[in-house]
Ligand binder design. Sequence first.
Ligand code: F6P
Length: 533
Amino acid sequence: MTTPFQALSAHHAATQPRSIAALFGDSGRAEAFSARHGGMLFDFSKTDLDATALALLLELAEARDVAGRRAAMFAGEKINETEGRAVLHTALRNLDATVMVEGRDVMPEVRATLSRCADFARDVRAGRFTGQGGAITDVVNIGIGGSDLGPAMATLALAPFHDGPRVHFVSNVDGAHIHDVLHGLNPQTTLVIVASKTFTTIETMTNADTAKAWMAKAVANPAAQFAAVSTAADKTAAYGIDAARVFGFEDWVGGRYSMWGPIGLSLMLAVGPEDFQEFLNGGSDMDRHFRAAPFAQNLPVLLALVGIWHNQICGHATRAVLPYDQRLSRLPAYLQQLEMESNGKGVSMDGVDLPYHSGPVVWGEPGTNGQHAFYQLIHQGTRVVPCEFLVARQGHEPELAHQHLLLVSNCLAQSEALMRGRSLDEARTLMAKKGLTGAELERQARHRVFPGNRPSTTLAYPQLTPFTLGQIIALYEHRVFVEGVILGINSYDQWGVELGKELALALQPILEGRQPATGKDGSTQQLVAYLRG
Ligand code: F6P
């Protein structure tokens, strides 16, 4: 019997080569290969998907029981099987729900913690909670991975909504990071948030110690200007942080899915609890859409199916995320963790080698900057890179509307250019207009050919508000879920990060000179010798 994957591959092979532009001969294509929800438009018509491929992809989603797995996730089943955990970050933004975990409704506690975070944020913002030198002027969030990327990305994204203290983020164990962030801050008016689900992550704990030592030079009681966000209440207490400023969450919230809860405290301090609630509302809106919309109109499902088509069926190994929205400049980095830590797995849920590739390499930069850097390869390189554009209808600077128009025109031009390309004949005409003839015309024309036929999607939204950002982030979370279900993998563990951590620990005494490097490979020995100086 033919599997849906085989049917898709056979259809792909049978329709190659195919011109995306020619597919627009069907005048209803743009609408048919788009979906709208909550003010957003997802246009995937500039891909080489046709009606048959889309139907087969939708069948694949049915065959993989995406609906059943979705119900299991929202019902709190332990779908993170390798860690024996439920996956319930959605509970953090659906506050009216009843969510049972092991026979207990966890929502009263979720609501209580959110309200404690909001009270604390209000106190800090209103100057009721102060540092030892007066009202808090600066907040430093110390965390890494999911305890950094989400709030850092969102804090930047929502800059027009900032009306609280300045918020800074320190993640790297490289002392340069904390050094440069603390430089110029006043320790007497700085609040440090130690954000770590486990409260054991070496980078975070090392940076927390550095921040504490920095503060101890200027205030009598540094711990009084520390707050913590963690699932490990025992460890935060042992670190000396008053329980009144410790905000907990449960192990059914994965690190890279945690910004909706107390890990978002830094964002809440910047924009205030009301705008943070709007962010949650946006996520909740996308949850309802994901749960209710038929697959053919379901944004997360469609985004996932386009991803599966490009990666597993067409064989495009990477996907570029290109926000034409400067404030989403950290979105690609955020999505790198969300997507690659979730779906970068080589075995299926039952431990069998995947018969296809795992999730793609995700990368990107905001437009228009990327246009002046790596778009050359996207347009004329030999590998096809499916591009995912994001763009807002409206910016936040009415006085600079002309710049927003330029931004939008560039975004649309790129997807058009990627699809249309420029033929050799068109390039020859161009060169002839410049006065070239003969062999020189021919030679120069070759360099000006764009193969075109390169796929892209565009997610357009009204404006980057807290609500819209919540929608966008929940959309990508559910996309990762659907892709993971279709691939048959566990999107919620991350064993692949462990080996490097273990080896780093073992290398410390070697670098300190307390242990010999014998037993290490020749390359590592040579590097140790060089770096020890
Ligand atoms: O090393 C990977 C990881 O476990 C991520 O999954 C996580 O987001 C990050 O480290 C930080 O972990 P923690 O919040 O426990 O400090």
